[in-house]
Structures are given as structure tokens and as C-alpha cells.
Design a protein. Structure first.
Length: 290
């Protein structure tokens, strides 16, 4: 396949360059704590690795650490040098509590260090103390890079401006149907910060019943873009996965999955290049600018 592990290779990103697609681990923590749930989680992560994904993102918040344990159990069977792994820490923690959180993630993931640790949902808090602890851990090699993660692009934009972060994880707000976070990505580009986005395969993108009446703006937009897609032999999910990487700051797109079938379906979409003439379509341009 056109390997999801291939780096997007944007020259704008200078400090941290993850593979262009990664597995988001939220769904792994939501699977039931049963033998069947464990087997499904294992098969999902293994399917992602088999499909060529080499970037794995998790958090202690996913199933109260269960997501990290499940991810780590599979990654332990693969060479550590062959993949990148990231996790998160509550931005409200500092000092020993933050160190303990990082150590807990390392233990559950089964690694001596993570390639990237995000300060999760800063939400306007003063994160100087938390950043300082992560900076110390970065100097010691326990943390490869420091990132900030959240759902509000304005807050992340302030942190990119005020702190030396290596990466940003924006959940939503930059996708085929929502480009609100573009100013954050522009700042990331100017500062050499890797932008990672998630939440691109939204329910509107995956909607299969196109005949149902709706007044929901995103669903209407999705249907209009889908009509353009059809003229070029492109599916809407295929375009949604490809769109974020067209911004030169975007280094990676996280894909959420709770089954091997989902992974294989997404990998199949990644293998199919979207023709450049699709992106130049005047109607698509109007829809994206609207």
C-alpha cells in the first residue's frame, strides 16, 4: 500500500515529524473488559500495524488506562525503533503528580520513553509548571517531544505562540467540513510545529443514507461535497482523510478504530490517491470557502 507510515515530509515541520497516519486509541479503552473485548482490542492494534501504521496515540483517560495497556501489549511484540507512540497528561497536573502520570503511562505502554507527550485540554490554565516538568523529562530523554492537545484551536494557538512545543493535536476544527482551525495551522507552519489532527471521519462524512431529509448544515455540506466527489470517482471518506494533509503544517491524521475491519477499510481509502484535479474543482472550492 501507499504506506500510512510514510512521513508527509513537510519542510515546514522541523522538530517532530510523525508518520502521516496514526491510530488513535480512544476506542480501545471503550471496548468491554472481557476476553472478547481484549481479543478485539489486540486484533485492532495488530491490524493497524499490519496495515503499515507506525504511529500510535493513547491516553490514561482512555478506559482509565485500559487503552494504554491494550495498545502496549501489542506494541511489545514489535521492535521499539519501528514505531512512534504518544500519550497525554492532564495539563492541570504539576510536580510529582505529573511525573507519576507519565510514569504510569510508560508502564502501561511498556516503553521506557514516549516519542511525544501531550498536555491535554489546557483550557486557559497556566501550564508553565506542567510544561517545565515535561521539559525536564524531555532533557532526560523520557519524553521525546512536548505537545498540546485540545478541541479549541484558539487556546492551542496561544500555547504555540508562548511555549516551545513540538506538536499540536487538534481534535476536530480542521477537516473537510470544518476549517475553523486554519489560523492555528498557519502559526504551526510559521513556527515549525507539527500539527496532528483527529476527528476527520465524522458521522456526516460516514453517512450512508443520502435520501433522509435534513436541515443540519454539516450534513448538507457533506452531501454537496459528496456530489463533487462522485464526478471524480472519489468517496467522501477518502477525500476527508486526504484533505488535512494538504496544509503543509499537518504532519499526521489520527484514525480511530475499534475493529480490524475498520482499520482495513481506512487503509484501503488511504491507498487510493485523490486526483489533484478534484481539489481544483471550482464547485469544491466554493463549498470549502463558504
Amino acid at each position: 500500500m501507499t504506506a500510512p507510515s510514510r512521513v508527509l515530509a513537510s519542510r515546514a515541520v522541523t522538530r517532530f515529524r510523525p508518520p502521516r497516519f496514526g491510530l488513535g486509541g480512544a476506542s480501545l479503552g471503550e471496548l468491554p473488559a472481557t476476553a472478547a473485548g481484549e481479543a478485539l482490542a489486540t486484533a485492532t492494534v495488530e491490524a493497524a500495524y499490519t496495515a503499515g501504521i507506525r504511529f500510535f496515540d493513547s491516553s490514561p483517560a482512555y478506559g482509565d488506562g485500559l487503552g494504554e495497556r491494550r495498545m502496549g501489549a501489542v506494541l511489545a511484540g514489535h521492535p521499539r525503533a519501528g514505531f512512534m507512540v504518544s500519550s497525554k497528561v492532564d495539563a492541570g497536573l504539576a510536580g510529582d503528580r505529573l511525573r507519576e502520570s507519565v510514569e504510569g503511562s510508560l508502564e502501561r505502554l511498556g516503553v521506557a520513553s514516549v516519542d511525544l507527550m501531550f498536555l491535554q485540554d489546557p483550557g486557559g490554565r497556566a501550564i508553565g509548571d506542567a510544561y517545565g516538568v515535561l521539559d525536564e523529562l524531555r532533557e532526560r530523554g523520557v519524553v521525546g517531544g512536548i505537545g498540546v492537545a485540545g478541541r479549541e484551536w484558539e487556546e492551542l494557538d496561544r500555547l504555540v505562540r508562548d511555549f516551545r512545543v513540538d506538536a499540536v493535536l487538534l481534535a476536530g476544527q480542521y477537516s473537510l467540513l470544518d476549517r475553523a482551525g486554519a489560523p492555528l495551522l498557519d502559526r504551526c507552519q510559521a513556527r515549525g510545529v507539527a500539527a496532528i489532527v483527529s476527528g476527520v471521519l465524522t458521522p456526516e462524512v460516514l453517512l450512508t443514507d443520502q435520501s433522509k431529509q435534513t436541515t443540519e448544515p454539516k450534513t448538507i455540506l457533506a452531501r454537496r461535497i459528496s456530489a463533487v466527489c462522485e464526478r471524480y470517482g472519489v468517496s467522501l471518506p477518502q477525500a476527508a482523510l486526504a484533505f488535512p494533509g494538504r496544509h503543509s503544517a499537518v504532519a499526521s491524521v489520527l484514525i480511530g478504530a475499534a475493529s480490524p475491519a475498520e482499520i482495513r477499510a481506512d487503509a484501503a481509502l488511504v491507498r487510493q490517491p485523490v486526483p489533484e484535479r478534484f481539489w481544483r474543482d471550482p464547485e469544491l472550492a466554493r463549498l470549502l470557502d463558504g
